[in-house]
Design a protein around this ligand. Sequence first.
Ligand SMILES: NC(=O)c1ccc[n+]([C@@H]2O[C@H](COP(=O)([O-])OP(=O)(O)OC[C@H]3O[C@@H](n4cnc5c(N)ncnc54)[C@H](O)[C@@H]3O)[C@@H](O)[C@H]2O)c1
Length: 370
Amino acid sequence: MTAVAPHLWLRAETKPNERRTALTPAVCRTLIAAGFRITAERCSQRIVPDDQYEAAGCTLAPTGSWRTAPADCFVVGLKELPENDDSPLHHKHIMFAHCFKGQAGWRDVLARFVRGNGLLLDLEFLQENGRRVAAFGYYAGFAGSAVGIDVWCHRLLAGPDAPVPKINPFPNEAALLAHMRDRLARAVEKAGRTPRIMVMGALGRCGRGACDFATAIGIPESHISRWDMAETARGGPFNEILDHDIFVNCIYLSSPIPPFITKDMLASPGRRLTVLSDVSCDATNPNNPVPVYYGASTFDDPVIRVSVPESAPLDVVAIDHLPTLLPLESSEAFCKDLLPSLLALREMDSSRVWTDAADLFRAKCTEAAL
Ligand SMILES: NC(=O)c1ccc[n+]([C@@H]2O[C@H](COP(=O)([O-])OP(=O)(O)OC[C@H]3O[C@@H](n4cnc5c(N)ncnc54)[C@H](O)[C@@H]3O)[C@@H](O)[C@H]2O)c1
């Protein structure tokens, strides 16, 4: 079979604050060397400047021009398409569409593809041997740990009730680490002790990132508790969590489990815990293992405060887009993992990653009665 080199069209992200990219210049360079054509839309919010795409051999195109791209293009992006547009979609789109799990408006999104005879190849469901080929988990955990520790530092440095200000993305990991090493050093000096942190789901992608961040800013191993299935096998709740300053929940919730902590436990005398960073963000799931708060927080307003009668409050971070704290490194890690699958687009019809993705799209359309 003769391999046909595909044409990828990197669209500009339009979601506010989204600075990540679905294709880095390094990945573009490799794909172009393998015979791909790549068009990159100009995008002022993307962490990588446009000229780096040009230098990698991509052709630049105006923002939003994917709509009139050649019919055989794969339109590549991360986030949802603009919601105020209901036009039919004609292309093959590679993206996170968030419409395969019955999310609000899922039928409307799928209907656009069906009306335009397009195809949705959803990044969240690309799998090889039962494992996701690319995910943002590591940097979600890294960032979740960072924000949790930052909130702990804030309480010491700015006062127990000072509002936690907006957190902006960092240009790179080194800048985040330098900022947090300084804040931690000052907070530790004020507290007279180093915080203890527990990471739940420590063996997973997010969990590894959360532990690595704590280590990278100088929290000693003796102050990092790494828990996973073995430690929770006896069933919760777990008083051990209260002996830590910061609890970072990173588990993948796949079946009902007893809670790790309960609201009643927060009234325990001697509780050390003052910050929960819930990377898993399962607050709306009936089996949420950390049922002490409701809702979600954002980088603009990072903390949900849980009041506890006659005791210190608990500050909860529940941000569901954590990797945007480090748009550069999270994009690089994601794209590196995605690259082998992108190269396999040359033989799309015989590549299981892509044929399974196309089959899943059709199954979801059937489920939606489209
Ligand atoms: N907030 C965000 O921005 C963000 C971004 C990416 C992923 N996530 C979420 O983070 C969660 C974890 O994702 P991941 O990619 O790290 O998953 P993963 O499968 O790589 O890791 C999950 C880990 O949790 C452990 N675990 C599961 N049940 C447990 C239990 N009862 N007790 C202790 N450990 C348990 C598993 O053994 C595994 O090590 C998912 O819910 C995902 O949706 C959040």
